[in-house]
Ligand binder design. Sequence first.
Ligand code: SF4
Ligand code: SF4
Length: 382
Amino acid sequence: MKRGCTQCGECLRVCPVYAMFRREEYAPKGKRILMEPLDPEFGNGQPVPDELVWERVRKLSRLCAGCGRCARVCARKLSTAELLADARSRNPHWTQFMWQMWIRAMGRLWPMAGRMAMLIPRGLSKSGDFAGLVNMARALVARPAPSPWLRLAPSKRVSPQRVMIFSGCTAQYARPAWSAKAARLLHCWGYEVVAGDAFVCCGGTLHHAGAYKAEAGVREHNLRVWKEAGKPLVATFCASCLHSLRSYGGHMEEEDAVLWQERVFPLSRLLADPVVTRTADAPGQVGYHEPCHWDGQDWDMPLLAHGLALGKGKGLCCGMGGILKMSDAGLSAAMARACLASMPSDAEEILTGCSGCVLQLAGEAGDKRTVRHWLDVCDIAD
Ligand code: SF4
Ligand code: SF4
């Protein structure tokens, strides 16, 4: 892991956690100053100061949304999210075990958890950690999709290619309609859609939790599924899954890594040269949340902008990423509310292209706004 912060302070400008507190110890720079001496690889054998022990920095180290913004602006390309994931990996905590259980073993129970959360009166869950968890759980229950706002068709069909859909945990367990819609769209474009049901979690959130062994397990499983299917194209409609899938290349033999990087796509990019027809049901103004994990190249917004007047939020992180939901659900929810507040005030409908962002923002949107994945409002042309 690369070390050596120059303390330039550039990362303070972009860190969403620092933006909530405006105190340096919450910023990537502050966390590095606190944590780098604790790292045996970095500490040059110097004794660790008595007051600087893992127990004391544990809370700060867990306050990270894994958005990756600090690494993108850092001249040394230091990723504080990676530093923190490493630290968690070396210092396991019972909450990591709970998180792994929630992600890997309890997916089938998510809809039931959502229905139970619906029974909790809103007055009992207004703010704080409990509210943050309950509100996100409520969002696990899908609202009925509206009549389509956009109808999509290819201007010309692609030459037949095989594509597997990587749905990710949220779609697999709580929003199966997204995968079905993605398959219909790809089919309409001329792709041969191969079942991707055998894929499991992309591993992104396991990585942030420092659960490296579990992450390696799901990565190896997913790559085995891909190889056994004959290494087809892989399409995902979740920006965070895409980010995580692209990281697989660093763990593969060179030849396969190149092929993998060339064949993993965001769904919207595969829907090339679309003919987009706006329907009478489309709202006048739509808010748009750009997920952090697009890493600067958002393929969804240009597709939607063909037919919708999109008002982008101020680019704040929704607070869902990393393990923030587990380590400080109240802060995570407060970040979601700040993100929603940055949307155009007349946008009652908000779209995004990351499964986690949908759940997080929908949970905090209240009754006056709805937050959906763009697949909920698009359909194929008749
Ligand atoms: S990954 Fe995002 S939330 Fe975490 S330290 Fe970097 S900028 Fe802050
Ligand atoms: S941008 Fe990089 S070098 Fe500068 S303070 Fe942040 S982590 Fe350190």
